[in-house]
Write a protein that binds this ligand. Structure first.
Ligand code: CA
Length: 225
């Protein structure tokens, strides 16, 4: 999978590049908007990570130009916290998703995976935490030599937990991202599926546990990080 990273903060661009390369992506980096646009027009990428505030040409202009040229490569916009309006403009311009700085490695990889999956691009990065790995293609959870199949909702919930690599996922997040709307029964579903996942982790003899953060949500515990 080929990813273009357009980011003018050299340190951040290199850090993103290193994360993606570690996951076996092929990465190219551009440090200003104009260069980014040239690369994107010249080459075929599976995904573009595009900062908004860029020298020479800003990210939104780059994106608009690409979409006018009918280049439909999935675009993940990077925004600073203060640029709320830009997020909305970005999505209007044809961005697939956005990520607010600062973000975690897990979040970045999860967004890229989700974006490329929506476009039917198959990635082979399976998220890991502690001794568990989620096989995205087979929908299975792996630990040591053991494997267990997850139901659709269980899979989505585990993927969301893994994307936060140990940080809390709120019940609202689960409902919003998996069920898409929120009435009382969906909140009960979250608890039910968490209990299913706990049973499966126990069956796998995993050291990873799903901890309850009372009245907030859930997080993974037992990773080596
Ligand atoms: Ca910038």
């Amino acid at each position: 999978m080929r990813v273009l990273v357009v980011e003018d903060e050299i340190g951040l661009a290199d850090a993103i590049g290193a994360i993606l390369k570690k996951e076996k992506y092929i990465v190219e980096i551009a440090n200003d908007g104009q260069t980014g646009l040239e690369y994107a027009l010249k080459d075929d990428y599976d995904c573009i990570v595009l900062d908004i505030m860029l020298p020479k040409m800003n990210g939104l202009d780059v994106l608009t130009y690409l979409r006018v040229k009918e280049i439909e490569t999935p675009v993940l916009l990077l925004t600073a916290k203060s640029e709320v309006d830009d997020k909305i403009k970005g999505l209007d311009c044809g961005a697939d998703d956005y990520l607010t700085k600062p973000f975690s490695t897990g979040e970045l990889l999860a967004r890229i995976r989700a974006m490329t999956r929506r476009r039917g691009i198959v990635t082979d990065i399976n998220p890991k935490y502690g001794d568990i790995t989620l096989d995205l293609k087979k929908g299975e959870l792996l630990c040591g030599g053991s494997t267990i199949v997850l139901g659709r909702k269980e899979f989505q919930m585990m993927e969301l937990l893994l994307s936060q690599s140990g940080k809390v996922v709120t019940k609202e997040d689960f409902v919003k991202k998996i069920w898409g709307y929120g009435d009382e029964s969906e909140y009960n579903n979250v608890e039910v599926y968490i209990s299913f996942l706990r049973k499966k982790l126990a069956l796998l003899h995993s050291k990873v546990q799903i901890k309850t953060k009372r009245s907030i949500g859930y997080c993974l515990d037992g990773g080596s990080k």
